[in-house]
Design a protein. Sequence first.
Length: 287
Amino acid sequence: MSTLAPRAETADGYRARRTLPLRVELVRQLKRRRTFVMGAVLVALPFVLAVAFAIGGDPGARNGQVTLMDTATASGANFAAVNLFVSAGFLLVIPVALFCGDTVASEASWSSLRYLLAAPVPRARLLWSKLVIGLGLSLAAMVLLPVVALAVGTAAYGWGPLEIPTGGALAPGTAAQRLVVVVAYIFVSQLVTAGLAFWLSTRTDAPLGAVGGAVGLTIVGNVLDAVTALGHWRDVLPAHWQFAWADAVQPRPEWSGMIQGTVVSVTYALVLFALAFRGFARKDVVS
């Protein structure tokens, strides 16, 4: 009698790469309430700042020192740059942690993860789809803020050159190009938070735990960077380079800081993404 195991069979026309298309995952995420709430917060921020400047008047220089905040009302470009400055350290961390952390964990909390895998959707395909959409929505959030801020700032303060606190100005066209560089760098610098959130999302069934854990660890990194006693050890902290984009809004941009920050962020992110895929491939999914 033959003791060979039965051969695995698949349905005609089944293709693993066609399961859970990116379009389907994107529509699912866009319909979620937290996507609308996060978008509304980012859209509202420029209006809140514009009202604050209208109430408080022209910021002006203090103690003879001019900062980027002091030039906020100089033009729409300056206003957009200020919005990025005040939000890059914390506010923009939240959508990244939310969109990348509330992915796999949310499916597990709804007890729908095992049904997706039984469809069957390969585990690597499922993670890849969710990661791409999570990063895409994170990038969209970072683009949405300066675009709205530029529109609000132009309406309130006019279209003009970006005045640099250290002296000089960038022509409107050049300023727009530099702001694109700034947004791209901020996105890259947030890849560490995305990696943390995504990895935690594959380790827990609680979306809040994944999102909160990523935000909390990012805050810890910011605190450690403020400890000057660490000296050169701070160079390996992603938070140490999060504002290196300021070098891009100078008459002669300096790229060394952004290059170092990019290397640090991408290295951490690749390790965390690899851990997420490796761990989830071996995980016993019961929810």
